[in-house]
Ligand binder design. Sequence first.
Ligand code: GTQ
Length: 355
Amino acid sequence: MNDLGRLEDLPEAYRHDLRAKNLVPLWPSLRGVLPPHIPTRQTAATHWAYQDIKPLLLQAGALTPIEKAERRVLVLANPGHTLEKMQASAAMYLGMQLLLPGEWAPSHRHTPNAVRMVVEGEGAYTTVQGVHCPMVRGDLILTPTGLWHEHGHDGTEPVIWLDVLDLPLIYYTETSYHINGDKQDVSSAQSGTDYAVGSVVPMHVFEATAADNAHRDSPLASYPILRYPWVVARDTLLALAQSAPDQKVLQVVYTNPQTGGDAQNILGFYALMVRPGETAQLPVCSPARVLHQIEGETEVVIADQTFAMEAADTCCAPGYTPVAIRNTSTTTPAFLFMADEAPLHRKLGVYERRA
Ligand code: GTQ
């Protein structure tokens, strides 16, 4: 690699003249913005232990009433991006949210896409564009861009879930905003069972009536599933483990059954199973990844770092980096939720698999 001229090589008077006209010489920074062969990644391999988060989140419950918070969330911030940026990776935001019995997080909608992975507690629900979505441990609930959503809690114990948003990307592109709304009426617009079997899905034959057109034009029409129950993903993984005994990486992808494509536009969502005592080596790909332990215990090796993952722990890996998941139990399967930036990279034309 040839050395390029440095900024200090230029006369101060010339640099001053450039600055005064809002001009910058490229060559001192060329290698910085176009590094050789592999991108510079600020995303650092980072582990957040649930046993660290939970007491601090419960403290937030005592310190800040929901009315003062709207969303009572501790953000899992990647120190590589600096904590103030509230980013897990370039495009992913992670937050652990607490809702106490009887509390209500009021309706709003915003441009970032969000999902929730339910971590602990029973009795909470999210209403998404009028669709009632009960929150059960391991369920994935979508709140896609522009759809109204609010959270309520009829149970007796605190409920905690993990939020995954594409907020850093949406904020970076200067397209991030929200609108507050009124409490939603719950409609029967979507049933949890219409799409329960992927091989046979509803075919919407619309009558040309105003009401049916309104449904077709509704934001819900693009998102036929808003709640992916954990038992469905788990059963599919167990069946896959039986039918593919030589396969080490047992993975399912959360899809939109109407398109067969990713469940959302920007981030990809998956569930993984690792058999007792086995190690799953994930392919080296361009997108950053987030792993969240749903059941069991693993060791996640990200390049030269190893994280002990207990149930409800979360970690983050930069892109272009080898990731291996070792199930430390010899008797129980390990199940993880994964989010990545693959749909975004594919749309941008920068998706790569290197090994
Ligand atoms: O629950 O709607 O973690 O709007 C960040 C922003 C959660 C939510 C977050 C949000 C929400």
